[in-house]
Design a protein around this ligand. Structure first.
Ligand code: AG3
Length: 281
């Protein structure tokens, strides 16, 4: 029988599995187990503690949506802070915007970036750009201590367990608010409304206590639990649809595979059960 890789979803007491050809990299860091496998149908897959972080087949959906949605709203994003995201996929998308002078990537685990550079260069290669500063330290401590200010903060975390947990707290969101400029935008990966409803409700309630404007938008990511994924868009000033930069979008030179202008607007239209989750206090 073919060798299978399996992610168990406790929420539904079931799992997602796929056939693999071989394990390319597998090491335990001080924080977590980092693995890259060659799958038969999804390209290479990055796993952390057995959870699918990205697959070559559909990583473009997540990375385009988490990066371009705020970057096409803020009128002049120059400084971007990414917390987590050591695989570099979010960095790659941010660098497609010429206004972005500097991306600061803060991931607690250097092993994620090393493994990605070696085995997922089309995802991670962008971290080598001279517009990128990589810092391998705790994002929670970084936002607490820094005096730098950012136009965009992107929280590209794992699930709210293990090292990811601190990136889902009220105190962390308060520090993120502090490091944002007066018209800054925070975007975070907000789990699956279908299968992690409680987490979604908690994220929303915590962000709402900190940010004057809070919206959520969704995307279809086939290899994440349920495939129905949510992102938070927490803003000091800008509205995700009213302030969408249509003219800039029309002259944007990079081809994108998921994100487009119609989808930007459509992604903020949410099913009723999701509205209920994010509005519940
Ligand atoms: N961030 C991971 C999203 C959570 C996936 N959860 C899961 N498979 N249970 C992805 C990092 C990509 N830059």
């Amino acid at each position: 029988m073919a060798v299978q890789c399996e992610e168990y979803y406790p929420e539904i007491k079931g799992s997602f599995s796929f056939e693999i050809e071989k394990v390319l990299f597998s090491r335990q860091s001080s924080y977590q187990r980092v693995e890259v496998v060659q799958s038969k149908g999804l390209g290479r897959v990055l796993l952390i503690d057995g959870l699918v972080m990205l697959t070559e087949r559909d990583e473009f959906v997540y990375h385009e949506m988490i990066a371009h949605t705020p970057l096409f709203v803020h009128p002049d994003p120059r400084r971007v802070l990414i917390i987590g995201g050591g695989d570099g996929g979010t960095v790659r998308e941010c660098l497609k915007h010429q206004s972005v002078e500097k991306v600061t990537l803060v991931d607690i685990d250097e092993l994620v970036t090393r493994a990605s550079l070696e085995y997922l260069p089309s995802v991670a290669g962008a971290v080598l750009s001279d517009r990128v500063e990589c810092r391998f330290e705790d994002g929670v401590k970084f936002v607490k201590g820094t005096t730098e200010r950012y136009d965009i903060v992107i929280i590209d975390s794992t699930d709210p367990i293990s090292v990811g947990e601190g990136l889902f707290t009220h105190a962390f969101y308060q520090d993120c608010f502090k490091v944002l400029s007066d018209d800054g935008i925070l975007v975070n990966q907000s789990e699956s409304p279908a299968w992690q409803a409680e987490e979604v409700a908690k994220i929303s309630a915590k962000l709402r206590r900190v940010f004057p404007r809070l919206y959520f938008y969704q995307a279809h990511i086939p290899t994440y639990p349920s495939g129905h994924w949510l992102f938070g868009f927490a803003s000091k000033q800008y509205h995700p649809m009213r302030d969408f930069r249509e003219a800039y979008y029309r002259q944007f030179a990079h081809p994108l595979r998921y994100y487009n202008d119609g989808l930007h607007r459509g992604a903020f239209a949410l099913p009723n059960f999701v509205k209920e989750l994010i509005d519940a206090q």
